[in-house]
Every structure is written in structure tokens, then in C-alpha cells.
Design a protein around this ligand. Sequence first.
Ligand code: SF4
Length: 357
Amino acid sequence: MPEKNPEIANELLRWYDSNARDLPWRAAPHSNSANPYHVWLSEIMLQQTTVAAVKPYFAKFTEQWPDIAALAAAKEEDVLAAWAGLGYYARARNLVKCARQIMAEHDGVFPSTEQALRTLPGIGDYTAAAIAAIAFGQRAVVVDANVERVVARLYCVDEPLPNARKAIRSLTDGITPQSRSGDFAQAMMDLGSSVCWAREAQCAICPLQPYCQAGQADMALRYPVKKPKKAKPVRQGSAYWIEKQGAIWLVKRRDDAMLGGMRALPDNGWRARNDGDISPPLNGPWSDIGDPVIHHFTHFTIHLQLKAYQGSVESMEAVIGQNSGEWWPVETLEAAGLPTLFAKAAKIGQQQLGRLL
Ligand code: SF4
């Protein structure tokens, strides 16, 4: 373990004072007054998602649900629909659960300690530390992917990720200051996103260059060391386009399935572990529309073929009427809040079937 070096934090905070990114959920450096609701919402949205992608969603959410009480009172299906396109939908379901728990158990006020924050749905170690430091000015060790990269380079951490996480956390602990730890965390994130990039390290303009082992040795891009990735499995599936008088049949996905609780086109039961093997919702005829949609989930890739029902309206109504779902106007499918995979398939349906039917 290297000796603690307070100069690293001092130097970085000096840089942050004049280089902090202006983000809608942020408070200015030194202010210590970030809104906990905004910090929480942005941190949940930013998991696995870029700042550019999050900004419009953050604006939409804070306009529609300006505080924790409003979000707690929202219908889960409305929140899921507003989240559509951001991916990792368990985050949206946990958002609602967390808001309701804060209203029920904390009188609508965010708890301020990491320990209490960790008891809330969807808040893990990282998010608890980020909220405690950024919204409440507590000393907490905040390690996201940007911080991981910067620290691995500062100390030339040779152990591959993810095993190196414990060592990197301990090294980050060693340079986190007692005061301004929220600013320090955000400064590390900003340095990682604007100077110490994954594929290019701009060491010549970096405030930490005098302290950085990889920067000094011109070996920045060697770090962080990562285990080679396993190839993702590819699954085959179908989604079904059933149209009647300008409306499409949409179903609500089972709560315990992938993309659970969301509106979607009916499908043939594909999962992360298996291809689709369930019969179509109607006896055919079906025809393939366009090329399969290729979509990458974290653990697998799906090739999803859109199929359109070409049978009679009478046989369609006889079967569809017995299932739960809803007819949704083709013209306003964008407002249905379909998850990205199904939105891509629906786009093909709108473009190609608008002409065929
Ligand atoms: Fe990254 Fe280079 Fe700065 Fe080190 S000196 S933190 S490698 S940009």
C-alpha cells in the first residue's frame, strides 16, 4: 500500500474548481448543497449509461416527477414507459420501490449515511457512497469505472479487473480527503471522462501527471488490466406483429421475465439461456418482415425476427380476445414506451408494413 499523499487530492480539487463539468444534477464546487433526489436519480440513470444519453431522461423525469413524493405516487407502468430506451429496466422498478420506501419509512427524506442508504432498493455500495459524499458531504470512498481507470493508472495496478476491485478501492480510500470528498469523487469522474480516457490518456495536460506511475512511464493504456472477455452467446427469437385497423396488439411482459412489466410485441419466449420455442399467439400464416433485429444485452446477443400475421381478421379476433393485452395505434407506437429491442422491431413493422397492409 503506497503512503497516503494528500497532494493528489489537493491538486485534483484545484483542477476541479476551474474544470468541473456543468451537469443538470450537479451543485457547483464547494457548495455542498446538491439535491439528494437529483443525485440519486442521476446516479441510478448513469449506471451503464453515458452522460449524453442520461441528460434528456433526467430532464423528463424531474419535470414529470419533481421530487421523491411525486415519484413515489407515480404508477410503475408510467415510470417504466418514461424509462424506455435507457435499458436495464430493473433500475426503473427499483426507483419506484425506493421512492415509496423513503416516503413510508423515512418521512420522505433521504437518509444521509452510506449504511442507511444501502438498505434501500436499487442502492448498492457505489450509489450509497456517491449519495453520501455528493449530497451530504460525508467522507465516502466512491469508485465508478472512471475512478477505477484513473487509480489503476496512478498506481500501475497489475492485477486484472474485476479481481483488482478490492485493491483499487483501498488505494482510492488512501487518496480520498476528509473534507470535500463529494467534490473529490466528482473530480475523479470528470478527470476520467475528459482527460484520462480509456483509449487515450492526455497525460501532458493532466493535473495528476506528477503523481502518476503509468503516466510517468508512458504506459497508461496498459491499465486497467482486464481479464479477456468470453464470447457472448447468440439467441434466436421472434416477435409478432398483429395489426387490425391501424392498431397493433401489445402485451405486458411478465414481471419475472427479462424487461418485466414493460409493454412489448408478443414473442416466442426467447431468454438469455434459450432460443424462442413457444408457438406464435395465433395459427399462421406468418411472414418474415425485414432482417432480424440484432440487439446486445449484457450477457447475450439476440437476433429477433419480426413476423407479421397474414390471416383473417375473424380468426385473429377469436384468439386475441382471450388474451390480455391492448390494441395500440401504429401511428403513436413511440408513445407506448417499448424497450429498445421491441422499439427497433416495431420501427421495421411501421416502415415496411405501412406499405404492405
Ligand atoms: Fe491518466 Fe495520464 Fe493523468 Fe495518469 S497522468 S491519471 S494516465 S491522464
